[in-house]
Write a protein that binds this ligand. Structure first.
Ligand SMILES: [Zn+2]
Ligand SMILES: [Zn+2]
Length: 159
């Protein structure tokens, strides 16, 4: 993890480090609110606005990427190397997909070329239902909320 000291004379703070570290600590592709709730107990003065601002700075600096809005909240990824994602349309779970057959990547690239588009096939997003949602095992996402399941007491990160 490289620290960007001195860049644009921006002050380097421990708080900023913690925000980036929180995002990189999970593969759940968290939202700003998830980061806020994770850090809040040890940083009572932290505001959600501060978390958003810092995430945006990290995004502009290429330290993390935005996956766009999933179930009403923008989600972020600390792994910036190109990789694809699966998004569960029901519970909002986001999963990394690294092994896409070359054949598919090539076909997607060619399909784009035919339309004059430069598609980055390695950044494809797939939508569908995750295993738990398919089985009907997933708690009602509306009841659990997008951060952590509290209603069911399982403490699982729904996201
Ligand atoms: Zn699901
Ligand atoms: Zn990812």
């Amino acid at each position: 993890m490289t620290e960007q000291r001195g860049g644009k004379g921006r002050k380097h703070s421990k708080k900023r480090d913690e925000i980036l570290a929180a995002i990189r600590s999970t593969v759940s592709h968290p939202s700003a609110r998830w980061v806020y709730e994770r850090l809040k107990p040890s940083r009572p003065a932290l505001s959600l606005g501060t978390v958003y601002r810092n995430i945006n700075l990290f995004r502009e600096a290429g330290e993390l990427i935005s996956l766009g809005v999933v179930r009403g909240e923008e989600r972020f990824d600390g792994r910036v190397e190109p990789h694809s994602h699966f998004v569960c349309s029901r519970c909002g779970r986001v999963v990394d997909i690294h092994e896409i057959p070359d054949k598919i990547l090539e076909a997607v690239g060619e399909m784009g070329e035919e339309r004059g588009l430069s598609i980055e096939p390695a950044r494809t997003v797939f939508y569908g239902l995750c295993g738990e949602c398919r089985r009907g095992d997933s708690p009602d996402p509306a009841a659990c909320g997008p951060v952590t399941c509290r209603q069911h007491g399982c403490g699982r990160e729904i996201l």
